[in-house]
Design a protein around this ligand. Structure first.
Ligand SMILES: NC(=O)c1ccc[n+]([C@@H]2O[C@H](COP(=O)([O-])OP(=O)(O)OC[C@H]3O[C@@H](n4cnc5c(N)ncnc54)[C@H](OP(=O)(O)O)[C@@H]3O)[C@@H](O)[C@H]2O)c1
Length: 265
């Protein structure tokens, strides 16, 4: 059974125009699902939509929406105009790299809405409809930063922990309902966002940088099988050492030191 047969006709990818979001959209289109794709910039969304429509003969609806606005879920619901969503991928995120006190309350609030409040509201909205239908699926993109305090990425790491815990909790609540949910804990992935941040090699605990397609493909294979997972073998090994072998204090120090060196903070 492919994803369309298992979950239904239409997938919504929030944060879809490039990187991991575009890779999810492409994988889902290749399985024959119609798409709703969301980002702020309409032009890259429409380019992707044209490509996927021509290649896979599917329908694609583009929604330009800033998901860091408090009323984003309401705007998305209005734009959908009653269209049923069978599979939700929440991929968009914002990370400020640097000292916590360098960013304003407004900046931190914007990250909190984009990374936590909007996915929470969309999961509440679509989760209810999926539960009523007795089928559906949700993917929440999170990060290796979600496993421990991560200095200079404090708000990002905290919001990513929220997503992992939300997905794992709902996986338990929904496991006999026909609705699957998974938290995808990604390590470094070669997306435009990652490349534009110009990370330095630190030489320590730096597993291979994955391609966005590897992340999306691995995640959709694991969907329905476990509550959360870590992308790529190298990331799993590094995470195992940090979570299961090192004392917590050491893991937190390594995360902070690595981020400081990677981004020359
Ligand atoms: N790349 C990595 O190394 C890495 C590592 C760990 C976890 N992750 C996670 O993977 C996910 C994707 O990362 P990525 O590197 O692919 O991100 P990205 O390259 O920055 O792409 C993010 C996508 O989200 C959209 N987006 C960003 N802000 C938005 C907003 N306010 N409203 C609506 N759409 C918005 C962007 O389009 P617009 O700019 O047009 O809005 C774009 O389509 C994130 O959840 C991130 O935390 C990534």
């Amino acid at each position: 059974m492919n994803l369309k047969q298992k979950y239904g006709n239409t997938a919504l990818v929030a944060g879809a125009s490039e990187g991991i979001g575009a890779a999810f959209a492409t994988h889902l289109a290749a399985e024959g699902m119609d798409l709703v794709i969301i980002a702020r910039r309409l032009q890259p969304l429409e380019q992707l939509a044209d490509l996927l429509k021509n290649k896979f003969r599917i329908n694609v609806k583009c929604i330009s929406c800033d998901l860091s606005e408090f009323n984003a879920t309401q705007l998305v619901e209005e734009a959908l105009n009653g269209l049923d969503i069978s599979l939700l991928v929440y991929n968009a995120a914002l990370s400020y790299i640097g000292p916590f006190l360098k960013n304003s309350v407004e900046d931190h609030n914007r990250a909190a809405v984009l990374n936590m409040i909007t996915p929470l509201n969309l999961v509440r909205l679509f989760g209810e409809k999926m539960s009523t239908r007795g089928k559906g699926a949700v993917v929440l993109m999170t990060s290796l930063a979600c496993f421990q305090g991560s200095g200079y990425l404090a708000v990002y790491a905290a919001t990513k922990a929220f997503n992992r815990i939300l997905a794992e909790s709902l996986w338990y609540e929904w496991k006999n309902s026909g609705v699957d949910i998974i938290a995808c804990c990604a390590g470094a992935t070669a997306t435009p966002g990652y490349k534009n941040s110009h990370p330095e090699k630190t030489g320590f605990f730096t597993p291979r940088v994955l391609d966005p397609e590897e992340v999306a493909d691995e995640c959709l294979k694991k969907l329905g099988k476990q509550p959360s997972f870590i992308t790529g073998r190298g990331n799993r090994i590094a995470s195992f050492i940090m979570q299961k072998i090192m004392p917590r204090k050491m893991a937190v120090n390594i995360m902070g030191d690595t981020t400081r060196k990677m981004y020359r903070v």
